[in-house]
Design a protein around this ligand. Structure first.
Ligand code: UDP
Length: 326
C-alpha cells in the first residue's frame, strides 16, 4: 500500500516541489495549506488538497480522524527574517503555536513521524562551515521560532515517542521549470529579487549592509537547490523507519556573498543588475555555511545541483516564463 503523507504548507515554494517529488516516488500526498502565502496552482494535480490552517486544531482533528497518515512534513510557517524582527508575534503564533498545534494533534491521533523544516537560522554566525553540534544562537525571531519547535519535537520524542527529523535548510533557491519556482508576495529573498531587477521589474537590488566581517563586507550564505532539499525529505522520511530522531544540515558547503550572488546572476541573465548599498537588515547573521556531512553519511544524501550558477539558471528560466509569478 502507498504511504500517505500529510504535507502542511504544500502550496509553498519548497512544499510544492517536495509534494511533486513525493508523488513521483509513489507516495500518496495530502497538501494542507491556508493559502496565505502559497499558491493553489503550484500544488501538483495528483495531490489531494485541503484548505486549512495549522492553528485550526478542530480541522486538523477532523482531517486526521478521516484519514490515517503515516507521516507529516511540516513546511507551513512564516519565513521572512526581516519581518520577524518587526512583527515577532506573527512568527511566534504561526511558527511556534501553529507547529505545536499540529504536532500535538498528530500525536493524539496516532501519527508518529514528522519531518520538520528547520533552518540555518538556529545557529550563531560562524566563519567556518557549521556542524549540527555548533553553537545555537538565533540572530532573529524567525530563527528562534525554528529552534523552539526543534526543542518541542525533541521533548515529544523523549516523552511520547514521536519520531522526528529536523532538517536545517540553508538558503533554498532555484526552481523546477516549467512548473514551480520561488514567488513570494511580497518578495524578500535575494535571488528572486535580483532576477526581478534583471527582468526590469525593479530598478535595483539593495545590498543589506557592506560592513560585515566577511571578505567583501556583505553577508555570506550557502545556497541549495530546492530539488536537492526535496530529495533529502524523502530520505529523511525513510530514515525515520530506522531511527527515532535526526537533526541535520542541508547545504552545499560553499558560501557566496550577496555581491557574489548578484555577480553570478549578471552572468546568467546577461543583464546589468544595478545594486546599491543599503543599511543592514536586522536579524541577519554575517555567515551561514553548512557542513552537510551528517546528511550525506546518515541519509546517503547527495546534492545534484551544487553549483550556484546552475541554481540561478534554473530560477532565471522559471522567472522568465512566469514574470508575474503564479
Ligand atoms: N539580501 C539583500 N538584499 C535583499 C534581500 C536579501 O542584501 O533585497 C541579503 C540578506 O541580507 C541576506 C542574504 O541576502 O544576507 C540572503 O537573504 P534572504 O532573505 O534571501 O535569505 P535568508 O538568509 O534571510 O534566509
Amino acid at each position: 500500500m502507498k504511504k500517505r503523507i500529510f504535507v502542511a504548507g504544500g502550496a509553498g515554494y519548497i512544499g510544492s516541489v517536495v509534494t511533486n517529488e513525493l508523488l513521483k516516488s509513489n507516495y500518496q500526498v495530502t497538501v494542507y495549506d491556508n493559502l496565505s502565502k502559497g499558491h493553489k496552482s503550484s500544488i501538483p494535480k495528483n495531490a489531494k488538497f485541503i484548505k486549512g490552517d495549522i492553528l485550526d486544531r478542530r480541522k486538523l482533528e477532523r482531517t486526521f480522524k478521516e484519514t490515517r497518515y503515516d507521516a507529516i512534513i511540516l513546511f507551513a510557517g512564516r519565513i521572512e527574517v526581516g519581518v520577524s524582527m518587526e512583527d515577532p508575534g506573527v512568527f511566534y503564533l504561526n511558527n511556534v503555536v501553529g507547529s505545536f498545534t499540529l504536532v500535538e494533534t498528530a500525536i493524539a491521533n496516532g501519527i508518529k513521524k514528522i519531518v520538520f523544516s528547520s533552518s540555518a537560522g538556529v545557529y550563531a554566525s560562524k566563519d567556518t562551515p557549521l556542524v549540527e553540534t555548533d553553537l545555537i544562537g538565533p540572530a532573529s525571531v524567525y530563527g528562534h521560532t525554528k529552534r523552539i519547535t526543534e526543542e518541542v519535537l525533541s521533548w515529544y520524542n523523549k516523552t511520547l515517542g514521536l519520531r522526528y527529523a529536523a532538517l536545517r535548510y540553508f538558503n533554498a533557491a532555484g526552481a523546477t521549470p516549467p512548473d514551480r519556482g520561488e514567488a513570494h508576495q511580497p518578495e524578500t529573498h535575494l535571488i528572486p529579487l535580483v532576477l526581478q531587477v534583471a527582468l526590469g521589474q525593479r530598478k535595483n537590488i539593495k545590498i543589506f549592509g557592506n560592513d560585515y566581517p566577511t571578505p567583501d563586507g556583505t553577508c555570506v550564505r550557502d545556497y541549495i537547490h530546492v530539488l536537492d532539499l526535496a530529495s533529502a525529505h524523502i530520505l529523511a522520511l525513510k530514515a525515520l523507519d530506522k531511527q527515532d530522531n535526526l537533526v541535520c544540515n542541508l547545504g552545499n558547503g560553499e558560501g557566496y556573498s550577496v555581491k557574489e550572488v548578484i555577480e553570478t546572476a549578471r552572468e546568467v541573465c546577461k543583464h546589468e543588475i544595478k545594486a546599491i548599498v543599503a543599511p543592514r537588515r536586522p536579524g541577519d547573521n554575517a555567515i551561514l555555511v553548512a557542513n552537510a556531512s551528517k546528511a550525506k553519511k546518515i541519509l546517503g544524501w547527495k546534492p545534484n545541483v551544487p553549483d550556484l550558477k546552475d541554481i540561478i539558471s534554473s530560477a532565471w528560466e522559471w522567472h522568465k516564463s512566469h514574470p508575474k509569478g503564479y
